[in-house]
Design a binder for this molecule. Structure first.
Ligand SMILES: Cc1ncc(COP(=O)(O)O)c(C=O)c1O
Length: 306
């Protein structure tokens, strides 16, 4: 049994997460037809009260992911944002990870489904640095795995669909078994796309580079935040596809994601990078970590206070 024993929000009600039960005949359990999000609430500097970072953007992406699968979520964005605040308050958390999940319950067993009840849950739990405190400070080791990032036509790559995380699972499992922290996936053409659950940036000669919007990546909300912070700080960013070798001769690299925040990469495959954290990472990482805790001029725009 999971050690998470919090209260969850399920279809409009608050109940212990252990009581949220999924039918063995759930369409999503069989075919991976769920959509989900990962969001963080941070204790705000000064007030000590919680604030959810970019809540609306995450809920928008959840609804768009559902739309891609043709799932009609019976809650609108305002309901979902309110429900998130409600469940955090019910747990008396000021800082936590938030996991909304929409799935199809039992009903039609054929692949196309039809009329299966749509279940909406928001779970919360306390979760520290996803890639470890040491990783956040000093950087992690990544391996370019042979698992390939799905192509736009094989799955809905823009949508955060449960079933397509099997590739991330395989890649992450492989590198963990080798004692390596995170897996980087290349796309079908051999360009670097992203890590198993994070977007990826490299830095060279004072400028950043990351895969462009049209690449095989999830449009990360942290990636978007970092792009805007880089602009604020006058750091040039090139949105361009790049290959494995660019990672070998970059000055620095980092991953971005709600769970991983901004984690430096210290080693790629069998090579140490010249700096970790590098000079750009040293500017952007504290800016991000201060921003999510309310210490930044953009905080008012992006943080929903409890
Ligand atoms: C495959 C993948 N890429 C990138 C990200 C980063 O997205 P975000 O910054 O919105 O958390 C995630 C996390 O959701 C992910 O699963």
């Amino acid at each position: 049994m999971t050690s998470i024993q919090t209260l969850a929000w399920l279809n409009g009600e608050i109940l212990p997460v252990q009581e949220v039960r999924v039918s063995a005949l759930s369409h999503t359990l069989h075919y991976g037809t769920g959509v989900f999000e990962g969001i963080r609430c941070y204790r705000q500097n000064g007030s000590g009260r919680g604030g959810v970072f970019r809540l609306r953007a995450h809920m928008e992406r959840l609804l768009e992911s559902a739309c891609v699968l043709g799932i009609n979520v019976p809650w609108n964005i305002d309901h979902l944002c309110d429900a998130t605040l409600e469940v955090i308050r019910a747990n008396d958390f000021q800082e936590c990870y938030i996991r909304p999940l929409v799935w199809l319950d039992e009903g039609e067993m054929g692949l196309a489904g039809g009329g299966n009840p749509v279940m909406t849950m928001i779970a919360v739990w306390e979760w520290g640095a996803y890639l470890g405190d040491d990783g956040l400070r000093n950087g992690i080791h990544c391996l370019m795995t042979s698992y390939e990032r799905s192509t736009p036509n094989s799955v809905a790559i823009r949508a955060k669909v449960t079933g397509q995380y099997v590739t991330s699972f395989m890649a992450k499992r492989q590198v963990k078994a080798l004692g390596i922290d995170e897996a980087i996936l290349l796309d079908r053409d051999g360009f670097v796309s992203e890590a198993s659950g994070e977007n990826l940036f490299i830095g060279k000669d004072g400028a950043l580079m990351t895969a462009p919007d049209e690449a095989a990546i999830l449009h990360g909300i942290t990636r978007d935040t970092i792009l805007q912070l880089a602009q604020d700080y006058g750091i040039p960013v090139e949105l361009r596809r790049f290959g494995r070798s660019s990672m070998y001769y970059c000055d620095e690299a980092f991953l971005t994601g709600t769970a991983a925040e901004l984690t430096p990469i210290r080693r790629v495959d069998d090579r140490d990078l010249p700096t970790s954290p590098g000079p750009i990472t040293k500017k952007l990482q504290p800016a991000y970590l201060n921003l999510v805790r309310g210490d930044h001029e953009r905080a008012a725009e992006w943080i929903t206070k409890l």
